[in-house]
Design a binder for this molecule. Structure first.
Ligand SMILES: Nc1nc2c(ncn2[C@@H]2O[C@H](COP(=O)(O)OP(=O)(O)O)[C@@H](O)[C@H]2O)c(=O)[nH]1
Ligand SMILES: [Mg+2]
Ligand SMILES: [Zn+2]
Length: 346
């Protein structure tokens, strides 16, 4: 497997007999498809692993490198260990929780994918960038369906407020920008596609590998919502030695507790320092430097609004995390009390 690199020779050298280093390509109900130099294996985590895992993020995720015991005859593996991650791209898990869900591990680039049409929304891209900021991976913007767009500049223009970011304009249909994308994903490099459903992520993966591997909106039969769905995340090896992780679209990317807005909004953070009030919320306060910048056309109002919206969301997620922590503490106390009682009266 040409994803192999120096980073892995150390753990590989210390492997016991019948052990292998492999990379998680797919997860399905706690079963993992693992790519190894010797081929593909189906794996589960060992009992000890499950016992010691404290959070969902301790479990293997797509893109993770793992050490597993190999049961060769059965093509199966038992995962013993997840190797330290160089990056983890995650989001808040769905529902009433503050848990994080790991979308992809060890990605070098997170491609924020948007199509060059009416679905394009710079504020949505901005939100994705916040999620990428604390991942350890580099953000790259990919604008798709260039073949069907007469004025890509109109969209490129809107990206300016996001700061200096690499932007790729591509078409899976006529091949625009494909070589350039492939060049980024050279040997040992991994990218992950993220973005709304329907923007062309899976079609792009197929184009990159030159094969109809991923289900796409055009080919797959409609589901009950009348839309196609990529239902799982999957890591796919590219012919030139890189790897790409395709992800299903999500209606809205939810921010996780660990997200830090400062990294994505240095302009607004800087302005805040000049606001008259230290705790300025940039709403109707007197002497607000951010509002003034908007009035003077130096800061987009939409960007400021998006920032404030995400700030409220993060405050909410944080509060929820604290509530969960308290609940957990109470539960533990109760358990300890019960145990003590038991000791006395047993
Ligand atoms: N014109 C055009 N259509 C595309 C392109 N890439 C994808 N599509 C279409 O966009 C729809 C959604 O594509 P899909 O890859 O399933 O999107 P995903 O949900 O992001 O994976 C399908 O009907 C594709 O045929 C492209 O480069 N040009
Ligand atoms: Mg898809
Ligand atoms: Zn202010």
């Amino acid at each position: 497997m040409n994803q192999w690199n120096e980073k892995l020779s150390a753990p590989a050298a210390s492997l016991a007999e019948r052990q292998a280093v492999g990379r998680i390509a797919l997860e399905h109900k706690h079963t993992y498809r693992i790519l190894t130099e010797g081929g593909e294996l189906l794996g589960r985590v060992s009992g000890k692993f499950a016992f010691e895992a404290l959070a969902t993020s301790d479990y293997p995720a797509v893109g993770d490198w793992v050490i597993a015991d190999v049961l060769e005859a059965e093509g199966k593996a038992v995962i013993q260990r997840v190797l330290p991650r160089t990056s983890s791209f995650s989001r808040k898990a769905a529902g009433f929780t503050s848990d994080e869900q790991l979308i992809a591990a060890n990605a070098d680039y997170v491609f924020v994918v948007s199509s060059l049409n009416r679905d394009f929304n710079v504020r949505r891209i901005e939100r994705y960038l916040v999620a990428v900021a604390d991942s350890g991976a580099e953000p790259v913007i990919v604008l798709t369906k260039a073949d069907a767009c007469l004025n890509p500049e109109h969209y490129m223009e809107q990206l300016k407020s996001l700061g200096d970011l690499p932007v790729f304009v591509v078409s899976a249909l006529d091949g625009t920008g494909i070589e350039e994308l492939l060049a980024l994903l050279g040997p040992g490099k991994t990218g992950v596609f993220t973005g709304s459903s329907g923007v062309g992520k899976s079609t792009l993966v197929n184009r990159l590998i030159g094969d109809a591997r991923m289900d796409t909106g055009g080919i797959r039969e409609s589901d009950e919502r009348g839309k196609h769905t990529t239902t799982h995340r999957e890591l796919i090896l590219l012919p030139n030695g890189g790897a790409i992780i395709d992800t299903p679209g999500m209606r809205e990317l939810q921010l996780a507790e660990t997200e830090d807005l400062d990294a994505s909004f240095p302009d607004i953070e800087r302005l805040s320092e000049s606001c008259r009030f230290r705790d300025c919320r940039h709403q109707a306060e007197a002497g607000c430097a951010a509002r003034q910048a908007v009035a003077e056309g130096e800061l987009e109002e939409g960007r400021l609004r998006n920032y404030m919206k995400m700030q409220r969301e993060l405050a909410h997620v944080e509060q929820r995390a604290k509530q969960q922590e308290k609940l957990q503490e109470k539960r533990m106390e109760k358990r300890t009390r019960k145990r003590r009682k038991g000791e006395r009266y047993d």
